[in-house]
Design a protein around this ligand. Structure first.
Ligand code: PEP
Length: 260
């Protein structure tokens, strides 16, 4: 049984004045909720403040990326150890916005995944196809390439500690989510690949999140699908009520029969 995980990716939103009430609202809104793990990934500048607010609550903290080196002359970067020092448990890696805007390659993502694990962070490896790749029938080819490259050289027992996120690029920030059938098909494929790379047991234990226009009104159906173990939420994570509602749907899905 995999505990659902719901992660809020605030992207480059959240001044301290905005981040504090948002984190406080999420913490308080989920105080009595059991059955789902929840994490917030604010911008680096808000990590300390949000960390202070969620400390000793069930809400965990995560970074939106990190460098692969432990320290060094990398202007503007942040190391995995720095995230740990601020109380982060998770780090998003290979998000499509970073692949596209910053030019992160599969090789860099792989180095980051290894560095995150070496520092005790749980990497959330993001994979997903563009609209054009889906049109050309290349969805499985794309996610398979990203998964194999992202996890290259990582031992099976270590892969077991990670989280995957299937985020079709065409669904991110567009309001057009994948249907639960579309997402389930890819999640099943990814789990099959994980099984090949590790073992059936490990593949069954790794959480695979869905991300891409998850909202309060479509989350219930998505997280109820077999093989969808929670959500990576962008836009809707910036509204307390919406994010809390999504996390509650995931917690409910954990206690309801899967696929019901
Ligand atoms: C994301 O940033 O990972 C994401 C899924 O964004 P949105 O929910 O806004 O589509």
């Amino acid at each position: 049984m995999r505990t659902p995980l719901v992660i809020g990716n605030w992207k480059m939103f959240g001044t301290l004045a905005e981040a504090r009430p948002l984190a406080t609202g999420v913490r308080d809104g989920l105080r009595r909720v059991r059955g789902a793990d929840v994490a917030l990934c604010p911008p680096f500048t808000a990590l300390a403040a949000v960390g202070e607010i969620v400390r000793e609550s069930a809400v965990a903290l995560g970074g939106q990326t990190c460098h692969w080196d432990a320290a060094g002359a990398h202007t503007g970067e942040i190391s995995p150890g720095m995230l740990v020092e601020l109380g982060c448990r998770y780090v998003l890696l290979g998000h499509s916005e970073r692949r596209k805007e910053i030019g992160e390659t599969d090789d860099l993502v792989n180095r980051k995944v290894k560095a995150a694990i070496a520092h005790g962070l749980t990497p959330v490896l993001c994979v997903g196809e563009t609209a054009e790749e889906r049109r050309q029938g290349l969805t499985f080819t794309t996610v398979e390439g990203q998964l194999r490259a992202g996890l290259a050289g990582i031992p099976a027992e270590t892969i077991a500690q990670g989280v995957l996120a299937y985020e079709p690029v065409w669904a991110i920030g567009t309001g057009q989510n994948a249907t639960s059938a579309q997402a389930s098909e890819v999640h099943g494929y990814l789990r099959g690949l994980l099984s090949e790379l590790t073992s059936k047991e490990i593949a069954q234990a790794v959480r695979i999140l869905y991300g891409g226009s998850v909202k309060a009104d479509n989350a219930a159906e998505l997280v109820a699908a077999p093989d969808i173990d929670g959500a990576l939420v962008g836009g809707a994570s910036l509204k307390v009520a919406d994010f809390v509602a999504i996390a509650k749907h995931a917690a409910r899905a954990a206690t309801a029969p899967r696929g019901a």
